[in-house]
Structure formats: structure tokens, C-alpha cells
Design a protein around this ligand. Sequence first.
Ligand code: LAN
Length: 727
Amino acid sequence: QWKDEPTEDIWTKFLGEETTDYTRWRLRNDRGVQTWEYLSEGEEGKQPQSKAEKWYLGMDLGLPDLSPAKTPLQSASNALEFFSKLQLEPGNWGCEYGGPMFLMPGLVITWYVTNTPVPKPWAIEMKNYLFARQHPGDGGWGLHIEGESTVFGTAMNYTTLRLLGAEADDPRMLKARKTLWGMGGALNGPHWAKFWLAVLGVVHWDAVNPVPPELWLLPNWVPIHPWRWWIHMRQVFLPMSFIYSKRWTHPMNDLTRSLRSELLDEPYSSINWESRRNTIHDMDNYHPKSWILLILFWFLSNLYFPFLRPNSLKKKAEDWAWCLIQAEDENTDYANLGPVNGPLNTIVSYIVGGPDSVPFKEHVKTLPEFLWVKDEGMLMNGTNGVQTWDTSFVILACEPGGFHKDPKWKPMLTKALEFMEDQQIPAEVREQKKSYRQQRKGAWGFSNRKQGYTVSDCTSEGVKSALLLQNTEGYPTLIPDSRIKDAIDVILTMQNPSGGCASYEPTRGSELLEHLNAAEVFGRIMIEYDYPECTTACITALHRFQKHYPEYRTHEIQAFKERAIEYIRKSQKKDGSWMGSWGICFTYAGMFAMQSLACAGETYANSERVRRGCQFFIDRQMEDGGWGETYKSCETDTWVNHARSQVVQTAWVVIALLAAEFPEKEPVRRAVRMMMGRQQQNGEWKQEAIEGVFNKSCMISYPNYKFIFPIEALGMYAKRWGDEELF
Ligand code: LAN
């Protein structure tokens, strides 16, 4: 069924173009919907580049040196001086949200197979980014920017570069290919690699483990029904199951024919595809498949799909999947939950409606919201931005140092509040039940209101930031009581029977579902789990709320808090630590846990638990007063020291120790001195190691954390030990 249809003439070729003109990039920000635009020549003079844009692009901001900070508050104030320049027009902060190296390939393959032309400047900068992030040693790519080379990273990014116009005989590509072949070629990749390459027509569908849309037809009570899975898994599974069911593939052309020989370790025609479904390189196999899953896959691919599947059931399942995809598109105005289901839903809309259909065109318009430009080129963000999450954190970080009361920062913080007001989700989706959606009226999401997914901790930090400013003299009340209460109502839906809270929804399925984890490259993805981070955010939000609204749902809130704090207590490990899931790693979760315990009045003086938590950190303080652990902590569940202390992690520990009312000043003073010593003359801190994580194995960048958490930590230190001169 391969057709020799050349698609390359509409696919721009741009060899010889090295880079774009960085003075022409602009970030459009329409109420938190962010897209990068490349101005045509001569336009740049009419719309001057903002400081934020220049900072993202790695250009000189031309800011004057500030008077050197001698005290913690001066240091925090210098940081704010710098950071305030990065506030965007609608009031939020933004930044790149890179790290994962498996996202852009999905987008570029989607563009390619739907014959969507890529603007030339984007293609140039995407290529630049991928080459900039190629490991200099072996020429490969990992799962994330700091990870060692894997088949997944190398095969996918190699393919992406080829689609974007890189030549096969480019020395950098030769190097990548050598590494890929050394690992056994693309057929030693995980499921997602084989899936994407099957869509592209480079790998045969028989090498892809089955993704049956029929699961969506199961009655809701069935314990493995996808509605019970972690939302990111079910929303990726949904369009994947549709595409798999159709076995849809892009028609072959010269480029994809050539990719077959570049990526596969045997000639295409002689490969025994079925035998490669489960071949995977050790580097990619973070979570090996269970025997249950292997048996299930065997049954599905050898009996069900080839012989037993009734056509009527196929049609019914595909129709229902398409229905649910349309609901997701409608509910998010095509933004979609994330950077994997966004491109996949695009392909589905193309398969169903063709290139001229409204859904497909809307998707093509929306996909660029995932893209970001930085000094290394153009990358794909992990979400359509970090807007509300980072903005609420900035507001809250100002509190300990009292900056929110300083008239100097009022205009900045008022704008931030206006942004938060604008981004609170106003109503439920049209068919909440049908699309299995969590309550969301009054919630905040991670990025923007358009995406519109409740997240437990984003709602909590959002409502905390609104409560802080709206109860400080001189700020307007933009969010009325009723909407504050809506947010609290949402938080109250998020608790699990364990007392803990998960991310987007309470846990809906059993941990046994992890036996159906087929992604191989990620761990703990099938259901929602309790997280000390998310639970703490809920506790602290309810705690703050009760100070201002003691009458509202008093008993429920009290009960929620007590059970949640009990969960925090129980989740402490024997060595006194807490394991983080969204930041690296023990330093991150420790900060949250101590804040929770502080809400319950547990501090160093009266709690053995808190003392053990503090001791865990004290034992790991480095020579220079800081703390540092690498992302290996997340992968291995044990503390792994970083070669160098990290400003962000040090700030987390300082916050933890101060929340715990750790009685000794010296260790905290040394940590604060270390942070201040790393601050630049203009108030900024330079980027250090990657800060965030998801699914245990994939790291993700939070570049604004290097401002947010030091500002908070320095303020807390000054409050506790006085704003004395440390330099
Ligand atoms: C995020 C980013 C934010 C993060 C916090 C709010 C920090 C966390 O406390 C709760 C979970 C949440 C919302 C979260 C969940 C998973 C996300 C969306 C991400 C880590 C960003 C990227 C990631 C997403 C799953 C990436 C796409 C990859 C797949 C495997 C589908």
C-alpha cells in the first residue's frame, strides 16, 4: 500500500541557512496564550524587543550593576529588581519549559505526515536546538537534556533533524547514526518510538505493540478502564488507540525510504517485524514490561487483531474514541492536555476530516503554543507554558521578606494578581461526566485557563497568592469571595482515602494497573499517586483560607487537613526524608513536608519527626554551605550527591529548615551566604542543573525557580535571624 508520493516539494528545504536574526523574534502573549513570532525584515524597529524576550534569547539586557547586596534582604531585593524586568505584559512570568527530548519529534512528525509546511525560521532554529543538545561525546540524545543517550532519544531526534532538512551525510548525523546502530537501531526503541516511526512509514505496524481502542468501550466499573488511569496516560492512549486501530501510515517517499535504511539494522524487506515488538535496549528499559502485559500483547497481536476482531466492534471503538477526542478538543479549545496528545489529536483530526476540516486547521493553529525560542534555538515545551504556576509562586515568594507591602513592588504584584484573576477557570466543561473530567470551576491550571485542567497544587498556590494580596492593604479585590470558595470546593474534591492528594484528580485505579505500563521509559505513570508536594499545597491553602474565612465548610476543611497531615507523617522515609516526584528530589519534597508539619504546629522543638527531617539535610550539607543532589535521586529513590551545590536546592532546604524552626543559625547562615555569593551583579542567578522531574525518569527545566525560591528563602532567613550583613 506504499504510494510513491513526493511530499518534499511542499516541505521547505533550507540548507546553508545557519541561524535566524535574533532581534526579530517576539513573544506574543494573549491573556496567557503564548506564541513566538518571527517578524519580517524591517519590522523589528517598530516593535522593540522587551527585556524578557532578550533574556529568553540569551541577549544582553544592558542592565546596570546594582549596589552589591550585603544583607539577605538586599540580595532578595536585587533579585526582584532583575526578575521584575521579566514580567510579561498580561502580568505573568514565562520561560522555556524544556528538558524532555521526546516531544519535538512528535510535533515534527505530525507536521510532516499531514503535509503542513514549517516556517523556515522555525525549522532552522529547531535544527539548531537539536544539534546544540546533541551529546558531544557519542552524538546521541537521551530521554531528557541531561540524560545519557538512548535509542528513543537518538532515533527520534535523528529522524526529526532529517525531516527538518539535515543531510544524512552531515558529520553530526553520521555520529548519531553510529551510536544508534551501536544500540541496535530504532527497533530497539520503546513503544512510543516504534509507534511514531510506524506513523511516518519507517517501521511496519507489526513491530508496534497493540493499542486497542476497545478498552474505551468497557463499562466504567471495570477496574482497568482507561478513565481510571493517570490523565496523561489515558489522553495519550486515546488518540494512539485510534491511529493504531486504523494502522494509518504516511505514504512512502524518498526521504522515508532512506530513513528506513538509516534507522534500521536490517533491510526493511527482510525484517521479522513481530519478533521486534518487544526488543528494547537496556538504556531505554526503565520500567520493563510485566509478564501479564507480555501475555496480553501476545494474545492481542497474534489472535485478536488478525483473527477475532469483529469489524463492527472496530468501528464502534474507533467512533467512540473519536467522540472523546472531539470532547478533549472542544474542552481545551484545541490546546489539549499536553504536548503528546496535542500532536496525536492533530493526526486523528487529519485522518478523520482531512486537511481542510475545521478541527485539523484549528490544531495546526494551536500547536505552536508549545514552542519556545532560546539562545540555543527552538524547542518544544513540556506544557503550553508555566504561566499561572510560576506567577503564583512569585507572588508568594514576596511574602516572607515583606516585599508585597513595599509600594515599590505593588504595581508589579497588582499586575500579577490581575493575571491570576483572569486565569481562574470560570465554569465546568460542557460534558464533564462523559469526558471523565474532574471538577474545575474555580480551579487554576498549570499553564493557562484555555488549557483548563484542574491541578490540585496549581489551584492551591493560585488561591494562596490571591488570598495573600487581596488581604494586604492597597490591593484591589479582584476575585470575589464566591470565587475563592469555588477554588476551595475544588481542593476539597482532591483528597484520597489515604489522606494524600494527587495531581489532576484523586486516584481512580489500583496500583496494580502499573502492570499495564507499556511505555517502558517511565515509571509510576498508570494511576495518580499521593504526592507530599501536592498534598502540602492543599494543606497550606486550606490553612491560609481558614484564617480569613473561618466559617466556611469548617469541619470538612479541618478533617481534610488532619488526614492530609497524617499522610505527610506516614510518607516520611526511615532516614527522615521525603521523596519528591515533581522536583529533584528529596530537597524539594522535604521543603513541602516541613511546611505541612508547621501548619500542624510540629516543629523542631516538639517533633521527633521534624528533627529527623532536619538531620537528613544537615548530614548532607556541602563544604560551601549549599546542598546538591542529581536527578539520579529520582531514578533510584536514594540521595545522589551532585558534584556542585545548587542554588535552587539550597533554597529549598533553607525554606525547609526555617519552616521547621531549626534552632541553629550557623548551617542556615552558611547556606544563605552561599546563595548570595552566587548572585550576579545585576541581581540574577545563572542557570545550574535541571530542577524538575516527572514519571521518575524524565527531567524538566524550571528556569524561574532560581529567582523564586532564593527570594523566598532569603526573606525567611531575614525574618528569623535578622537582616544582618553577611558580606
Ligand atoms: C507537569 C508540570 C507541573 C506539575 C506540577 C504542578 C509541578 C506538579 O506538582 C503536579 C503535576 C504537574 C502538573 C505536571 C504533570 C506531568 C507533566 C504535565 C508535567 C511534568 C509537565 C510535563 C508532563 C507531561 C506528562 C509531559 C508529557 C509526557 C507524557 C509522558 C505524556
